[in-house]
Every structure is written in C-alpha cells, then in structure tokens.
Design a protein around this ligand. Sequence first.
Ligand code: GDP
Ligand code: MG
Length: 299
Amino acid sequence: MTKTFRAGFIAILGRPNVGKSTLLNRIIGKKISITSPKPQTTRHRLLGISTTEEYQMIFVDTPGVHLGSKRYINQVMNKTAANALMGVDVTLLMITSEGWKEEDRYALKLAQQDNTNLILLINKIDKLKNKNQLLPLIESSSLLHDFKAIIPLSASDGNNVQTLMDVLPEYLPESPLLFPEGQTTDKGARFIISETIREKLFRQLHNEIPYALAVEIQQLEMAESLIRVDAIVWVEKDSQKGIIIGKKGEKLRTVGTLAREELESYFERKVFLQLWVKVRENWSDDAVMLRSIGYIEEE
Ligand code: GDP
Ligand code: MG
C-alpha cells in the first residue's frame, strides 16, 4: 500500500532577527537564505523546498515584519511578508525565548488575518540558562491564540527542529509534486550571487553600516568551469562609499574574497567577481530603483 503524497506551502513569519532564515537553511540543508544579526537581511520572499518520498514542503521565507519606519523599502517589505501568507497551508510564527515583543504581536495579528493553521515556534532556546523558563512562556503564549502547536527549538543548533518536521505533514493537503524533486529553491544564480555579496557586506560592516545598500548584478556569464560576475554595490552617500571600500580598498577586497569563496563552493566552480561601489541618493525610497533590483514583486 502506498501512502498518499502531500504537498503544500508553509510561511515563516516573524519580526526581523528571530531566526527565520536560519531555520529555513537548516531544514533545506543548504544555505539558500542569507542571515545576519541585522534587520533587513532578508528582503525578498524566498522559497525553500524540501522533498521526501511522502511529502513536499515548500517553505516561504519572508522579510521580517517591522513597525515604525516610513521608508518605502520597509513598506514594501511588510507588504511582501503579508502577501507571502496568502494561500499558504500553514503559517509558522516565530518568536524567541526572550518572550513576546510589540513587533511579535503585530506579526501575530498579520498571521491571524489569513485564518490558516498557525503554529508558534519559540526559537533560540539554546540561549536560555534555565529551561524551566520555557513553561510559563508556552502557557502565556497559548492564551494569545489557539495555536495548532507550540514548538520550542533552536534553529542554529537544530535542537527540536525534527519535532516541527514531524508535525507539519498533517497540515498539508493531498497533492502531487508542485516542484521538480531535486529543486531546493525558486531563485536562480543571479539572486544567490547578489544575496551572498549583500550578506558579506552586512557582516563586515558592523555598526557603521548603511542599511541603505543594495547589490545589483550588472553582468553574469555562467560557463561550465567559470562564473564571471560584475556587481554594483549601491549606497546613498559618499561617506558610505568610503566605509565600504575601506582603507586602500581593504574592506571591499575582504567582502569580495568571502563572497567568491562561498559562491565557488555553492556552484562548484571557479568564480571571478568584480565589485563596484556607486552612490545614488535615497535609493531605498525610490520605486523605480527598488523595482530594478528586484525588491518589488510583479503583481
Ligand atoms: P531572520 O531575520 O528572522 O531571518 O533571522 P536570521 O536567520 O537572519 O538570524 C538572525 C540572527 O540570529 C543570526 O545572527 C543568527 O545566527 C541568530 N540565530 C538564529 N537562530 C538562532 C538560534 O537558534 N540560537 C541562537 N543563539 N541564535 C540564532
Ligand atoms: Mg531572514
């Protein structure tokens, strides 16, 4: 007797920095979504696909929902997150073991609008000194909404992620494969490359960092043994350009090297990467620019 095959969409929602992308990468077993301690690391809706003999789970990673910023890019990201919830079979609302913050409640409100199966994930339990602190948090959470399940876990060390994977299939509808078996993401090389560069910039630039930076792939040649990339790093001010380039170009070189190494291992071939830094005032408020670098989804 063969079991019925199930397939469906699972959104991961939460404020910035709770660990959504880290969880997605752990489940897929491959780094498809960039992560960093900074908000705005994930700017796009991104699919991560996990396929077994019995099911296909299509996870939707979302930019964190945030309150309080009027910048156009933040509005676009909140809309991307809200859109990602439409039509999914399960929503995973993620908070951390620190407890409920204002933005967590806002994310819960968004999730409740769509009336899907809602599961609460309490991430970063590795940070708890005393695991007894979890019980009151689980209890108070269950008063906020009738969650299908409340699962404490650690996305970074993998603790209890399997519990989530065991619970999920129950909520997926009977369905044939929705994506080919071997596919792990909906994004192509261009996306992976620009996102990898952006992650290295975010990670190298500590606190001086202009959140207002974007990476645009100018030229991409993919050959069997070599990938050639020309990319522009857009910033908003001359002073930011200086910070990114660094003394004698050192910072930009480091970013380039780290990105190249990671891309070579991802694509399993040599990568030749050239980075340019350019200034464009207020790009993060500019709809034309946001569209051209792919932050606005085509309707
Ligand atoms: P996102 O904005 O929700 O996608 O969050 P990220 O996945 O980018 O992670 C934000 C930060 O939290 C990164 O520095 C991660 O390494 C860290 N992080 C994610 N999951 C865990 C976890 O389970 N435990 C700990 N200690 N840190 C985590
Ligand atoms: Mg993210």
